[in-house]
Design a protein around this ligand. Structure first.
Ligand SMILES: NC(=O)c1ccc[n+]([C@@H]2O[C@H](COP(=O)([O-])OP(=O)(O)OC[C@H]3O[C@@H](n4cnc5c(N)ncnc54)[C@H](OP(=O)(O)O)[C@@H]3O)[C@@H](O)[C@H]2O)c1
Length: 312
């Protein structure tokens, strides 16, 4: 089966080495134009890649997104709707997100900002933060990334609640699994730190707005590593201004790169990271791609297929 890499040109060499190491037999083409499009059966695709016109690739059987989030791919409408599309689910991506969320969760929990401000005033203010067991954390989205993050947080001792579209009875006793509109209200009311790991879909766009943010406990903090438009920027700024929210750690934004002069850049209660929470790591992801190709070759369904109706 012929596979075409149509990802970021800057990552081409890394991917080529990793894919050839994962499966030396793979019939791999590293650039559109190096082979007859009609001979390509599987596409490794990212919107940052070079492929614009997919029409000549008329014999595609499978598209593997190189990114976890697929809202841009679905929004572009460039790829044939009838060809199965899989999200990227791979251990390196998961590990990176766990480290980001755990690291920033602990930074917020340890109230480092309060001590930094006291230090600036040469103020000795010996009020220790509570233990993690006294700091309820909520995770919106209990998918591949959210579930791993929720488990890691519970492992440190935080009381963790998670929220998903469908109920998750099997997630484990250490996580309070919630779903539905009542579940959302419950998780928001009880989370001192709220972590967002939802996909961007018509249902999740603007989910965190003036009304829902007002449900959070006073002084709560948000960490958004999902997609910018899930959190309404004006509502966040107003909630920080009024003191209803204590701070926000933002990795994703409505417009990326974050435009010059945007109020988030210099906001004393916002930490901006430039969409680096986690990334697909070719060295581990190539193993996943090779396994997907083996499944296809055996006539099995690839894993992690996108439900285009749901949008993730
Ligand atoms: N910042 C970064 O560097 C970075 C890196 C990677 C990924 N991401 C973002 O992280 C997102 C999550 O990735 P993932 O691999 O964990 O996705 P996933 O496995 O598809 O999980 C999505 C989770 O969100 C839940 N969900 C979806 N729509 C919902 C709704 N309307 N109401 C309640 N819950 C809903 C799903 O519920 P069900 O379980 O019921 O389906 C599922 O638990 C990606 O879509 C991407 O945007 C960001």
């Amino acid at each position: 089966m012929r596979v075409l890499y149509a990802g970021d040109p800057e990552e081409k060499a890394l991917w080529e080495g990793a894919l050839r190491a994962a499966d030396p037999q793979m019939d791999l083409i590293m650039e559109p134009g190096q082979a007859d499009p009609a001979s390509v059966e599987a596409l490794l695709y990212a919107p940052s890649g070079p492929l614009r016109d997919v029409a000549p690739y008329r014999n595609l059987r499978f598209i593997q997104s190189l990114w976890a989030g697929v809202e841009r791919i679905l929004g572009e409408g460039r790829l044939p709707a009838g060809v199965p599309l899989a999200r990227m689910v791979e251990p390196g991506l998961e590990r990176g997100m766990v480290e980001y969320m755990l690291g920033h969760g602990l930074r917020i929990h340890l109230e480092t900002e309060r001590f930094r401000e006291a230090q600036a005033r040469e103020l000795w203010a010996p009020q220790a933060p509570p233990l993690a067991s006294g700091r309820p954390v909520g995770v919106l989205g209990l998918g591949e990334l959210g579930a791993a993050v929720a488990r890691a947080l519970a492992g440190v001792g935080f009381p963790v609640s998670g929220w998903s579209r469908s109920p998750k009875p099997g997630i484990g006793a250490e996580i309070r699994a919630l779903s539905g509109p009542e579940g959302l209200e419950e998780i928001l009311k009880s989370s001192e730190i709220l972590m967002v790991l939802l996909p961007l879909t018509p249902e999740t766009r603007g989910l965190l707005n003036a009304r829902t943010l007002a449900l959070l406990p006073r002084g709560a903090q948000i960490v958004n590593a999902a997609r910018g438009p899930i959190l309404e920027e004006e509502a966040l700024l107003a909630a920080l201004e009024s003191g209803a929210l204590g701070g926000a750690t933002l990795d994703v934004f409505a417009v990326e790169p974050l435009p010059p002069g945007h109020p988030f850049w210099r906001h004393p209660r916002i930490l901006v990271t430039p969409h680096v929470a986690s990334a697909t790591r070719p060295e581990t992801a190539a193993q996943v791609v090779a396994a997907q190709m083996r499944r296809l070759a055996r006539g099995e369904r690839p894993l992690h297929l996108v439900d285009r109706g749901r949008g993730y």
